[in-house]
Structure formats: C-alpha cells, structure tokens
Design a protein. Sequence first.
Length: 185
Amino acid sequence: MTLYIKYMISLRCRKIVHTHLDELGIQYHPVNRGKLKVKNKLSPDKLVSLKKNLVKSGFELMDSKKARLIEKIKEEISYLLNNADNFNNVKNSEYLSGKLNYDYTYMANLFSETTGTTIEQYIISEKVELVKELLLYNELNLTEISYKLNYCNVAHLSQQFKKVTGLTPTFFKNIKKKKPALSKM
C-alpha cells in the first residue's frame, strides 16, 4: 500500500513520520520525499490514527486523487524525457497541462508541497540521471546527448550537470571508465 504525505520534504520530516509509524506499529519501507510504502494494508482505525498524528506534526495524508496526479506527473516527465527528440520546442508546462488536463500552476503547487522540489527542478535532476546513463553506455558523445535531450547547447548541459552532481560530464565519464580497472587490483 502506498501513501502520500504532504509537506514531508526534509530528513527531519522523515524522522518525525518514522516515529509516528513506529508508535502505531506500522511496518514500512524507507520513506521517500512525500511517498511511503506500507508493507501491509492498514485497518481503518490505524489509518485514522496515522492521519491524526500526522496532522498534529504539520503533515497531511493526501487523498488518492492527488497522489495519483503526482505519480502521473512523474510518469509524463519520464515519457517526455525518454522521447525528448520527439518533443522539440515543447514547453514542459504546456505538455503536462495538455496531457493531464490540469492547470499547470495547480500541478506545480501540489508537486512542490508534496515532494519538496519544483517540477522544473525534478525535470533537471531526471535529465542529469539520463545524461549519466547515456555517458555510461558510451554510445553518444556530449553533443549528441545535448541534442537528444533538447538542451540549447553542450555548455548548458554541462552547467546543469555540474550544478547537480558537482562534476563535469567528462570527469564523470572518466571516473566510470577507471572504476572497473581499479576493482581488478
């Protein structure tokens, strides 16, 4: 069973939520930003108790409609990025609004409150993960990757990559090349 908790965005927040779950004897998988996987279905009484405890601590258990919307946003972002070469000159906001039939401002606010990051920041971090993957496969060079992911140029890709990872794409690629050789020693 997956639950979505609004305003659970920091390590401190996660610790508070963990405490509430432990007090109620609820078994769970590690809590992620705004998302919680409970190992067993919760009884109505436990669910009510959890909601009350969360509210006392400043959190809110989201209804399933909003939670599904967050997941749909993430799915559409993943689809958009994995097919970026088919969506040249498409604004993320227009794509998401058109695909999900919600006002972008509403989606952006809900996403930020739930995950603790903006949709645009989430897209950037997902793009960087794709860049890492493409660099490791070694099938495309940086220019081809920047074109594939609709960056305006390689410098912009490199700038975002370094801002997120602290490394340049080239340095990252070279570290990964050397790693297998080091493990053989």
